[in-house]
Design a protein around this ligand. Structure first.
Ligand SMILES: Nc1ncnc2c1ncn2[C@@H]1O[C@H](COP(=O)(O)OP(=O)(O)OP(=O)(O)O)[C@@H](O)[C@H]1O
Length: 465
């Protein structure tokens, strides 16, 4: 269930947006203005903040960055208020939602922040067994470690476990541990007291406290720093956490799910991951097969995405032609379900005839592993109208005369923006570790370069020394 914070008057059209979101299963919190909204974000967090451009969106976003609050902000206002929209986007808003709200856009927005509320689409028998096992362990309180290649649906499975658990009425909170530098990740996880660092003008609850009574998914746990691994272990064992700058521990009642694309047992053997934490997390292990290992899932998933993106973009529902199906079935899908989803999104936008033909299936074979789904970040809210162009490889001779450092910086930033800000995917594509990537980005940001923000999150402020 997506947690949406609405900032603005509920009597106006924003109230209608709120009612539509609530009817579609979102959990709503409201605040009359930006300062009240900030206070609610500190206290409860949210998956998305929807802020009327009548309020000071720029101030809110600056303040959130200073206080290390990572939550996407979508501005909303009149459709003809181009200035307001541009100001909000320049200030760091992820998107602009025109009012009165289009129910389909609200649905797309909720889907983008909270994933698909429906059951995972599964046809392959091995996946059917995996889903049954997940439902069985969902009822217990044990931690679950979900493994699988990038884009196989680890977060989808984690949500499903939450929904099938006794905690279903509580919050589901997910945090990508690879997406944030250590200091930011620590305050995001454990929260902080007032004055814990220079921007901390008020106390704030971290993800552990936000997930109280519910489930916390620690995604990409294999990327976590050893110091934070120790803190997570303590949180699981003692069922209490220490806020940054706090003097007393805080009790937490949270079920932990963890996900990784790495072989964690191998990480333990290589001394990169704590063995005691591994055994705590991996009480139950669920491995999601790559899409190429479960080919029966390809067509049901493809039809599901074709329908979803036709609806989200206000386009007619088109079936897939026999030739298009053959192309989809023959592809190895190195980027797994996410690649299939992006491919169908593009196909829906490109298709013109009675159905989606093979010519609309643009596989971008040079782009593996796939960039994260456009749907995974809020900007898909507004109908997309342009297809992503295939990359053009420049001749190396064009680089002669340039410094290696400069070329490296351009390559890294370009790859990151190609991956829509997803650090894990960019590091994979560049063949460097996520840590090296983060250090480089830190350097570039310090030197004044514009670093693409993490998808669905705030631009990362420089950690306070
Ligand atoms: N069985 C499924 N049914 C419907 N949609 C799915 C399914 N599996 C994956 N998806 C979609 O594919 C995309 C990728 O899924 P998800 O984010 O869960 O993968 P992941 O393994 O957690 O990826 P990463 O390792 O990169 O974090 C999402 O948009 C998700 O909605």
């Amino acid at each position: 269930m997506a947690r949406i914070l609405i900032i603005g008057s509920m009597e106006a059209e924003l109230g209608l947006a709120a009612r539509i979101a609530a009817a579609r299963g979102a959990k709503l919190a409201t605040a009359e203005g930006a300062a009240a909204g900030l206070a609610r974000l500190r206290a409860e967090g949210a998956d998305l903040a929807l802020c009327d451009v009548m309020h000071d969106v720029a101030w809110l976003i600056d303040q959130m960055a200073a206080e290390r609050i990572a939550c996407p902000v979508v501005a909303c206002g009149r459709p003809d208020d181009a200035d307001g929209a541009v100001r909000a986007i320049r200030a760091g808003a992820k998107d602009y939602l025109p009012l009165p709200p289009d129910p389909d856009l609200i649905a797309a927005m909720l889907q983008a922040v909270a994933g698909d509320p429906e059951k995972p689409i599964v046809r392959d028998p091995a996946m059917g067994l995996l889903l049954a096992r997940a439902e069985q362990v969902a009822r217990a309180e044990a931690s679950v470690l979900i493994t699988g290649e990038s884009g196989t649906g680890k977060e989808v499975l984690a949500r499903h476990i939450h929904v099938a658990s006794r905690r279903a009425r509580g919050p589901f909170v997910a945090l990508n541990c690879a997406a944030l530098p250590e200091a930011l990740l620590e305050s995001e996880l454990f929260g902080h007291e007032k004055g814990a660092f220079s921007g901390a003008v008020a106390a704030r609850r971290g993800k552990f406290e936000q997930a109280e009574g519910g489930t916390l998914l620690l995604d990409e746990i294999g990327e976590m720093d050893p110091r934070l691994q120790a803190k997570i272990l303590r949180a699981i064992q003692e069922r209490e956490i220490d806020r940054l700058g706090g003097s007393a521990p805080v009790k937490v009642d949270v079920r932990i799910l963890a996900a990784t694309h790495r072989d964690l047992a191998r990480e333990v053997a290589a001394n990169r991951f704590r063995e005691d934490l591994y055994f705590r997390l991996a009480v139950v292990r669920l491995r999601i097969p790559a899409l190429r290992e479960r080919r029966d899932d390809i067509m049901p998933l493809a039809r599901h995405f074709a329908e979803r993106y036709a609806r989200a973009n206000g386009l007619p529902l088109r079936g897939l032609s026999v030739a298009a199906e053959a192309v989809l079935l023959a592809h190895p899908w190195p980027g797994n379900v996410r690649e299939l989803e992006n491919t169908l999104h593009r196909a829906v936008l490109l298709a013109e005839g009675h159905d989606i033909g093979a010519e609309a299936i643009d596989l971008l074979e040079h782009r593996a592993p796939e960039a994260p789904s456009v749907a995974a970040s809020v900007p898909t809210l507004l109908p997309a109208s342009v297809a992503i162009p295939a990359p053009v490889k420049p001749p190396v001779s064009a680089l002669v005369g340039r410094r290696v450092d400069d070329v490296e910086r351009d390559l890294i930033l370009e790859t990151l923006s190609h991956c829509l800000g997803n650090r894990t995917r960019a590091a994979e594509m560049l063949g460097i570790s996520i840590r090296t990537l983060r250090n480089k980005l830190h350097e570039y940001r310090a030197a004044g370069a514009a670093v693409p923000p993490v998808p669905g999150q705030m631009p990362i402020p420089l950690p306070v020394a």
